[in-house]
Design a protein around this ligand. Structure first.
Ligand code: IPE
Ligand code: IPE
Ligand code: MG
Length: 230
């Protein structure tokens, strides 16, 4: 990486969209696109670790995605099962911490267990931190936090409120990338993205390779982040 580290995002979030369309273009079922998406995740993680980015937050399943047909969801759960059984343990031996944000209690029990196991074995603040958002929705996260805060009583501040979010201890995303051509956040990290730089690309997620990731980093390095100052 030739870029100076001050222009490098610490936390990059990716809204991994476009798997279904990628498959459709090949006259294949949506599940084929999700398989390709998972292969892409594996390659991308290997690459992003080498760039100096410290956190990668991947939007894998939204709360709204739970209303998709059962066979598509089952296919996604099988991919999660495979990832957390086969790939996650290999990564963790290698200075990578893996965590999950979202309500995984609705997933098939064995998948949720595998995820919990991996998260429990993972330290926090490894040199590289991989975070999967699974059955994640910002609104649900904020409401959940509000409930914790109200039970505790006292004055709510931005600081203490953010402790009740799933992302407590994780720096806010500096850069959020959305693949697949849509220009929206779809309930991803709404609180945390207050000052994130947003990057949208038409590239469908299974095609989002190192070059594409570098393009996003390059664009980020050109942005002037003012945080409200002059
Ligand atoms: C994103 O790809 C992956 C998930 C939401 C699980 P999509 O499945 O939304 O793909 P498109 O948007 O239909 O192409
Ligand atoms: C956003 O993609 C969710 C994930 C990538 C996990 P969607 O395909 O669900 O988003 P919408 O429906 O186009 O907003
Ligand atoms: Mg989509």
């Amino acid at each position: 990486m030739a870029r100076s580290s001050s222009h490098l995002p610490v936390n990059v979030g990716i809204i991994m969209d476009g798997n279904g369309r990628w498959a459709k273009r090949r006259l294949m079922p949506r599940s084929y696109g999700h398989d390709a998406g998972m292969k892409r995740i594996i390659k991308l993680v290997d690459y992003v670790r080498t760039t100096g980015v410290k956190y990668l937050t991947l939007y894998a399943l939204s709360t709204e995605n739970l209303s998709r047909p059962e066979d598509e969801l089952n296919g996604l759960y099988s991919l999660f099962r495979k990832y957390f059984e086969e790939y996650a343990p290999k990564l963790m031996d290698d200075d990578v911490a893996i965590s999950v944000i979202g309500d995984i209690s609705v997933l098939p029990e064995d998948v949720a267990m595998k995820m919990r196991e991996v998260c429990a074995r993972s330290g926090k603040n490894a040199p590289f931190n991989l975070i999967f958002a699974v059955n994640y929705g910002s609104r649900a996260e904020i409401v959940r936090a509000a409930n914790f805060a109200s039970r505790l009583g006292g004055n709510v501040t931005e600081e203490n409120f953010s402790r009740f979010l799933y992302t407590y201890g994780v720096p806010d995303p500096d850069l959020i990338i959305r693949t697949g051509g849509e220009v929206r956040l779809s309930n991803f990290l709404l609180w945390q993205a207050a000052y994130a730089e947003l990057y949208f690309t038409d590239t469908l997620f299974p095609d989002f390779d190192e070059r594409e990731f570098n393009k996003a980093l390059k664009e980020f390095s050109r942005r002037n982040r003012r945080f409200g100052k002059v």
